[in-house]
Design a protein around this ligand. Structure first.
Ligand SMILES: NC(=O)c1ccc[n+]([C@@H]2O[C@H](COP(=O)([O-])OP(=O)(O)OC[C@H]3O[C@@H](n4cnc5c(N)ncnc54)[C@H](O)[C@@H]3O)[C@@H](O)[C@H]2O)c1
Length: 253
């Protein structure tokens, strides 16, 4: 018997979140996109069978609580939470990177994911079932010169494992995917503005190309599926081999 799950995807209007939303819908799940980008979110939901859109700012704890409660009232229990709302960062140095931008990146990438887990995991635990997917990064494993972004992704890795341990006894699985350089609208706009060098990113990935959002979505879908029923607390690299090759490629002799 196939069961239709309710899947809530933050940051679902674009990029990796949108690709995940499409993948869950293809698998027969009922998807709800949450985002601050309302026009894009509504347009995206209109292209996905059975999907709907809700305005949600993941930096707003009260709004999260209201939205999650209303969604469960309207549609039923959230079976799967995907935390894909996030901000990228350009190369910067610690001393000169504006503190307000640092705080904004932390507010969305780390605190936003934390607040969403805080709202949803206890509800899943009360039902003894549920899966959460966080979006980490290769930055979870090695520091790149992104003084706000990199530590948020190390923290997401830690949060994923902490929550997996805390909520595992209640039947809730918590995993992450760690994408490498993934060609989403966020990365494309940085390539277009000259802030990122696609040739350099490809050179550092042993498969010689950028990751596609659909490839991240496939791995995330698997981690939230019954096929991964014994897997919790992992942070699965989907990086075209960036992490495998980074030391190899930069060996100094
Ligand atoms: N693109 C990459 O190379 C890459 C690599 C590793 C990890 N990631 C992570 O993947 C996630 C998605 O990134 P993307 O590249 O798809 O970016 P994207 O900009 O294409 O999508 C991010 C979405 O998050 C939404 N968002 C931003 N702030 C929000 C808020 N306060 N509340 C709700 N929604 C908000 C945006 O409106 C957008 O729709 C992020 O966590 C990012 O760090 C991306």
């Amino acid at each position: 018997m196939t069961m239709t799950r309710i899947v809530f995807v933050t940051g679902g209007a674009s990029g990796i979140g949108l690709a995940l939303a499409r993948r869950f819908a293809e698998g027969g799940d009922q998807v709800v996109l949450g985002d601050i980008s309302d026009a894009a979110g509504r347009a995206a939901a209109a292209t996905i069978a059975g999907a709907s859109y809700r305005h949600l700012d993941v930096t707003d704890a009260a709004q999260i609580e209201r939205t999650v409660a209303a969604l469960e009232q309207d549609l039923g229990a959230i079976d799967v939470l995907v935390n894909s709302a996030g901000l990228l960062q350009n190369r910067a140095e610690t001393a000169t990177f504006p503190l307000d931008e640092h705080d904004r990146i932390w507010a969305v990438n780390y605190r936003g994911s934390y607040l969403m887990c805080r709202a949803c995991a206890p509800r899943m635990a009360a039902r003894q079932d549920g899966a959460i997917l966080n979006i980490a990064s290769v930055n979870s494993f090695t520091p790149l010169p992104l003084p706000a972004y990199t530590p948020t992704k190390a923290a997401i890795d830690s949060l994923t494992k902490l929550l997996a341990a805390e909520f595992g006894p209640a039947g809730v699985r918590v995993n992450a995917v760690a994408p490498g350089f993934t060609l989403t609208p966020a990365l494309q706009s940085r390539i277009d503005s000259g802030d990122r060098d696609p040739a350099g990113m490809k050179r550092l990935s042993t498969l010689g190309r950028l990751v596609k959002p659909e490839e991240v979505a496939e791995a995330g879908y698997f981690l939230c599926s019954p096929a991964a029923s014994a897997i919790t607390g992992v942070n699965l690299l989907v990086d075209c081999g960036f992490m495998a090759a980074i030391s190899y490629n930069t060996y100094p002799s």
